[in-house]
Design a protein around this ligand. Structure first.
Ligand code: ARG
Length: 570
């Protein structure tokens, strides 16, 4: 149990002795550390419902809090806040836990081993990765990491777009203009070229559209040659896509099950929906799902010619996932352009008996580029290779300036550059636009990967030096300041797990990033005014080294969840 949960339970017990407390108890972090480590406004809430003075209620509650080792002191403040100060003993034993559990520190049982499916990345075959696919890949992988860490059984799925009429066009274009060797050399680039060619030619000669459609129809009806071609397109595309994942590092899926996997699972779904009148006839024999909400347009589930759609495959996917894994939740990490679509999808699913509200759209905003053309003419296609290359180049420049003597400069630049791109995305609130800003991203100050990595390396370097450095310090020590800076870190440690849980509940990696950033700031401020290696008293020295080690451990654990690697020196 986290300290926050323990405070909550102590408070609940104390309050229930006097009041029938139906209000949920909220525990917050006071903005000002002088107001304690945790605070609750329960007395004010009760005061309102009971028409009583909240301060009196607070006093009664506080009287009923039994003596315990966790809490050092309880204060009533302002209109009736109850503020809790955690005992030094508790804080120190939490630090000991970090040193003992090391890379496992922060793991917990919030998820109670319940299954959560996390679907992310899901690019479309034969097309370059879009910016939104990159965001989905990074955010989704991190959520998968965090959920697993706090005790869920996660299943990660890449729902690739490997089905649809566009493949007919590609087949046509390849048969007419394509070359095997060229395609195998640079699969996605060549397929994109073939697409563009198809569209250019179709503008001059519209009959091409029909020819493309026919190729897809033949394919669906079992044409051997076309099926072979399609399989080959998928295979070659995945080679390219996997290269991208490799460059990003740390991207892993338990399953890659594309839309085509559901090819034979759609007719049953369609039948069930039609029988239950969930799918009703629309225009000219198409089938649709309709909604009471007038702001929601109907969702087409089958076209007038009987063909299936993206939505048909998604409904079949939903049913399949629920039947196979019985998940508590299914997260769809997809950009907000599909907000309405997922609303339609889940509302439709609600009418089926097998659906229990498992679906959740983890939506994210658009990437806004601050200072660089990161997109091609199409506006939406990311040249990820270029972006990563540029990030690494810029990281190398900074390293050359800051630490010209460093060994492995290229390796460090790779880790810093890739880390910077990922961290930049993960440190921002996903529900708003995500700003891509080179300067901010690679800055050694502020909430950036290099700042975090630098803080980690700094802590590690202190720990390395501790083995050889002289032990008798001569510095004069400012006792009050040292106590204050140390206390700030000790008080921050238990919040790692608490904020991880918070991030897991809200599906927001930036909550973890924000916590780590604040911890790093506290550590840098500690290090600037507290002599560690040169501490006067050897006991103090040892303790401060432990503080340093705990911070470096938490930074490492937290950054690993964000997919950001650390370096020992930079
Ligand atoms: N392939 C889709 C696209 O690129 C994203 C798939 C999202 N997942 C889903 N189950 N619909 O837009």
């Amino acid at each position: 149990m986290t300290i926050k949960d323990q405070i909550k339970s102590i408070l609940e017990k104390a309050a229930s002795k006097i009041f029938k407390c139906s209000e949920p108890i909220n525990i917050q972090y006071p903005v000002d550390i002088l107001h304690g480590d945790y605070a609750s406004n329960i007395a004010m809430k009760l005061g309102k419902t009971m028409q009583k003075n909240p301060r009196e209620i607070a006093e009664q509650i506080v009287k009923n809090i039994p003596k315990n080792t966790i809490i050092e002191k309880v204060e009533i403040a302002g209109p009736g806040f109850i503020n809790f100060f955690i005992s030094e003993k508790t804080l120190k034993s939490e630090m000991a836990k970090v040193l003992k559990e090391k890379a496992k520190y922060g793991k917990c049982n919030e998820g109670k081993k319940k299954t959560v499916i996390v679907e992310y990345s899901s690019p479309n075959i034969a097309k370059p990765l879009g910016v939104h696919h990159l965001l989905s890949t990074i955010i989704g992988q991190t959520l998968n990491n965090i959920l697993g860490y706090v005790g869920y059984k996660t299943i990660s799925i890449n729902h690739i777009g490997d089905w649809g009429t566009q493949f007919g066009k590609l087949i046509y274009a390849y048969k007419k203009w394509g070359k095997k060797e060229v395609l195998e050399k640079a699969p996605i680039a060549e397929m994109l070229k073939l697409y563009v060619k198809f569209h250019d030619e179709a503008e001059k000669d519209p009959t091409l559209e029909d020819l493309g459609r026919k190729e897809f129809k033949d394919f669906e009806e079992g044409d051997k040659e076309n099926r072979k071609l399609w399989e080959w397109f998928v295979k070659e595309s995945l080679k390219d896509i996997n290269k991208t994942y490799k460059k990003l590092s740390g991207i892993k899926f338990d399953f890659t099950l594309g839309e085509s996997f559901y090819e034979d699972k759609m007719s049953e779904l369609l039948e069930e929906g039609k029988k239950k009148k969930i799918f009703v006839e629309g225009d000219e024999g198409s089938y649709i799902a309709q909604f009471d909400d007038e702001n929601m347009s109907p969702m087409v589930i089958q076209k007038k010619d009987g063909a299936t759609l993206y939505s048909t495959r998604d409904m079949a996917t939903l049913k399949y996932r629920i039947g196979r894994w019985h998940p508590e939740k299914i997260l769809y990490v997809v950009d907000m352009a599909q907000n309405m679509y997922f609303k339609q999808l889940f509302q439709t699913a609600k009418r089926f008996p097998w659906y229990k509200d498992e679906g959740f759209h983890v939506s994210f905003g658009r990437m806004r580029m601050e200072d660089m053309q990161m997109s091609t003419r199409k506006g939406n296609i990311i040249l990820l290779d270029q972006v990563l290359e540029e990030a690494i180049k810029r990281a190398k420049k900074i390293i050359e300036q800051k630490s010209p003597k460093l060994k492995n400069k290229d390796k460090v630049a790779g880790i810093v550059g890739v880390g910077a791109v990922k961290y930049n995305i993960l440190s921002q609130n996903r529900s708003t636009d995500i700003v891509f800003d080179w300067n901010k991203m690679l800055s050694l100050e502020g909430n950036s990967a290099p700042y975090m990595q630098y803080t980690y390396a700094r802590a590690r370097s202190i720990l390395r030096k501790a083995k050889s450095a002289k032990k008798d310090g001569k510095t004069t020590e400012n006792k009050t300041e040292i106590a204050e800076k140390t206390s700030h870190i000790l008080r921050a440690i238990p919040k790692f797990e608490e904020q991880l849980i918070h991030a897991a509940r809200d599906y927001k990696p930036n909550l973890l990033s924000q916590y780590l950033y604040e911890l790093a700031q506290k550590f840098n401020s500690f290090y600037n005014s507290v002599p560690v290696l040169t501490a006067k008293d050897p006991k103090d020295r040892l303790f401060r080294l432990k503080v340093t080690q705990s911070v470096s451990q938490i930074l490492q654990n937290g950054l690993a969840l964000l997919g950001v690697a650390v370096v020992e020196e930079m």
